[in-house]
Design a protein around this ligand. Structure first.
Ligand code: 3PG
Length: 185
């Protein structure tokens, strides 16, 4: 799994190249393309084909229908804002990693019951940030977290320094990469 997971929103399919090229030239070889727009599945299929060296996953997957569409498009990982048992079942059958959003001990226990030990921690800033991750890691030492939501350049390093952090998610990677590309022009 890549250490940085940019949360990507593609409004028009034609934006895909600009965003993925910007991420790549920033050294980020991963994109979580979110099911928040109508062209998400199409954008995933395009990205999988055109950027074979990048890890292309699907985000904001909230039901089995979207999950099937994401997998058909070639997504190699699935992320949800919360935990969906039906999405977990589809992913397990397909052998694709699923990172559900979990912020409470109960949700983490549900994930563990489903055989999942790496979870998204979202929105990280609202649910207590690093202090919460450290507190949750006491009863759940086997769990690794992907803090997402409110992570930025100002706090990314403190998250990265904690060994239970598997990766960092965020839309700021995209904003930064696009800004860098603009500067180079
Ligand atoms: C997500 O769904 O993961 C969030 O929209 C990302 O949050 P951010 O925009 O604060 O990075």
């Amino acid at each position: 799994m890549e250490k940085f997971i940019p949360v990507v929103v593609i409004k028009e399919l034609s934006e895909t190249d600009k965003i993925l090229t910007a991420l790549k030239s920033s050294g980020i070889m991963c994109a979580e393309i979110t099911f928040r727009t109508a062209c998400a599945a199409e954008a995933i299929a395009y990205a999988v084909k055109q950027y074979p060296d990048m890890e292309i996953g699907a985000g904001t997957v909230i039901n089995a229908t979207q999950c099937h569409a994401a997998l058909e498009a070639g997504a190699t990982f699935i992320v949800s804002p919360g935990l969906s048992a039906e999405v977990a079942a589809v992913c397990r059958k397909a052998g694709v990693p699923y990172y559900p959003g979990c912020v409470t001990p109960t949700e983490i226990m549900q994930a563990l019951d489903l055989g999942i030990s790496t979870v998204k921690f979202f929105p990280a800033n609202i649910y207590g940030g690093l202090a919460a991750l450290k507190a949750l890691s006491a009863p759940f030492p086997q769990v690794r977290f992907i803090p997402t939501g409110g992570v930025d350049r100002g706090n990314i390093d403190e998250f990265l320094a904690f060994d239970k952090v598997a990766a960092i998610g965020g839309s700021f990677f995209v904003k930064e990469a696009l800004a860098k590309m603009e500067e180079k022009k």
